[in-house]
Ligand binder design. Structure first.
Ligand SMILES: C[S@@+](CC[C@H](N)C(=O)[O-])C[C@H]1O[C@@H](n2cnc3c(N)ncnc32)[C@H](O)[C@@H]1O
Length: 393
């Protein structure tokens, strides 16, 4: 059991089993060069913010534990006490109902009203998790905004409703002081979110994320293999997060003791590594063309036969095209990164979403499915092909 204590001007974590304590926040002292806020006031603000934990958790159905919130906010406080503390630009990728967003934004706001937290989320929940089902009957984005308003931090938040695979690209490079990654936890997504995070953060900025239980070499060996990294979590481990971190940083990132929060100060070498990774990139054009050809045939077949009514063949083909669109996205996004082709990236995402919506319409609202097929799937497929051909890739 871990206890959080506030003593004198320190916040400590105490492990009650072995009585080992660790100071995570020290108010005052040599690194506090704040001119506008005195240390006792900061400590009071910090305690007051944590006292809101159970209320915020209740309204956000937050799964982010108190210890993870202490980890997140301690890192932010330390960052802002040690250096620049106004005009901070921070980004959270994955906000959901706003549990971490509240504590993130509140910590920033304590130092200055000029600090801004950008919150990027689809607010559709992560595929194959309960959040996705909740998003089907509740407007998660409205819920997020209400909680942030009620909690008094909405003025310091700028929401960006977008899939991070495309949303991160519209942001300026080298712009953010702090980034926190907590969106889709499967390997490909985490990998991309971290890589893009490195690009979007300033040199010297703090990149952090959630749901890292251990380093990859501490994982039970059987979890390191097979498809485990493509799951949201297995046997209490977020293998996608752990493996992506390992592939990008090796062991050279930090874990905040007792919590699931990881962090890394981004250096020029990290940014250079990114350039090296993309210049070594090779791709299978033939494979992509074949995949697109298969999708075309499937869509054509569905279009020709859909008026006959619902059938298992069509259902299987729809499922297959959605999977193909996911595969296409996986192959094409790194390519778009390399050639800086934002249009193709956006069109890939539009195509995938149109197929997802088509699948839902086919399952739930069959008459509507034909119109989704005609007006969105076929349209976005043609636009995609045109864009890919024009790109000369
Ligand atoms: C684990 S929750 C975030 C929890 C939040 N940080 C908290 O403390 O409550 C993951 C969020 O990521 C979002 N998400 C999943 N995939 C995404 C993607 N590709 N782009 C943007 N957001 C995504 C989901 O909609 C969900 O809101």
């Amino acid at each position: 059991m871990i206890e959080i204590t506030f003593q004198n001007d320190e916040v400590k974590l105490i492990n009650t089993q072995n009585n080992v304590s660790e100071t995570v926040l020290h108010f005052g002292g040599i690194h506090n060069n704040l001119t506008t806020i005195s240390s006792p006031k900061l400590l009071q603000e910090y305690i007051h913010m944590l006292e809101n934990y159970s209320t915020i958790q209740k309204y956000t159905y937050g799964e982010t534990t108190m210890i993870d919130i202490v980890a997140l906010t301690s890192l932010i406080y330390n960052e802002l006490m040690a250096g620049k503390h106004t005009e901070i630009r921070a980004l959270e990728v994955g906000s959901w109902f706003g549990c971490s967003s509240y504590f993130f934004a509140n910590s920033l706001k304590t130092f200055s009203d000029s600090n801004i937290l950008f919150c990027m989320d689809t607010w559709q929940g992560s595929p194959d998790t309960t959040s996705h089902n909740i998003a089907n009957y509740e407007n998660a984005f409205e819920h997020f905004k209400s909680v942030m308003r009620y909690a008094g931090v909405y003025d310091n938040i700028k929401p960006i409703v977008c899939d991070s695979t495309v949303g991160m690209d519209i942001l300026q490079d080298d712009y953010f002081d702090i980034i926190f990654v907590d969106a889709n936890h499967t390997y490909d997504y985490v990998y991309q979110d971290i890589i893009k995070g490195i690009r979007k953060i300033k040199v010297g900025g703090l990149l952090m994320g959630h749901d890292c239980e251990c380093y990859a070499d501490e994982l039970p060996p059987h979890l390191l293999h097979g498809d485990n990294k493509h799951l949201d979590g297995i046997e209490g481990y977020h293998t996608g997060v752990i493996k992506a971190l390992d592939d990008i940083f090796g062991r050279s990132y930090n874990r905040f003791n007792q919590s699931l929060v990881w962090y890394k100060r981004i250096t020029q070498e990290d940014k250079d590594m990114l350039l090296k990774m993309t210049s070594e990139f090779d791709y299978d054009r033939e494979g992509i063309v074949q995949l697109v050809e298969t999708m075309k045939e499937a869509i054509q077949f569905i279009y020709n036969n859909i008026s006959e009514g619902k059938s298992e063949t069509i259902q299987t083909l729809i499922f297959g095209t959605v999977q193909a669109a996911n595969q296409l996205e996986k192959e094409i996004i790194p390519l778009c990164e390399k050639y800086n082709n934002k249009d193709l990236k956006i069109n890939t995402n539009v195509l995938k979403n149109s197929l997802l919506d088509f699948r839902i319409a086919y399952d739930r609202d069959f008459p509507q499915a034909l119109s989704v097929l005609e007006s969105r799937v076929i349209e976005s497929f043609n636009v995609w092909v045109e864009c890919f051909t024009e790109s000369g890739m």
